[in-house]
Design a protein around this ligand. Sequence first.
Ligand SMILES: [Zn+2]
Ligand SMILES: [Zn+2]
Length: 94
Amino acid sequence: MRVICDSHGDQGIGLACIHVAGAIDGEAISGCYCSSATDMARPDAWCQDCEAALLDQGWNEDWFKAADFKILCAACWDLASQRFGMVKSASTEV
Ligand SMILES: [Zn+2]
Ligand SMILES: [Zn+2]
């Protein structure tokens, strides 16, 4: 899957929770986590709160819905990764 980004043009994609996606141009967030395997250009990314909920509940549909994942272009995803110091999730389910 590809996306045409206003800033970066034709790019592969990565998903980010609504909190990470909303923080790219706004207020910084304190933590950022990502999954391992993916068939997209970048893994899924989420914030500290989503990570805490994931570790607490385990992966499930409700968690996925609450995270409200948005599509980011790979370059925007990379900016978020650098800005927020992305690390791999501690969950073994992702
Ligand atoms: Zn989040
Ligand atoms: Zn972009």
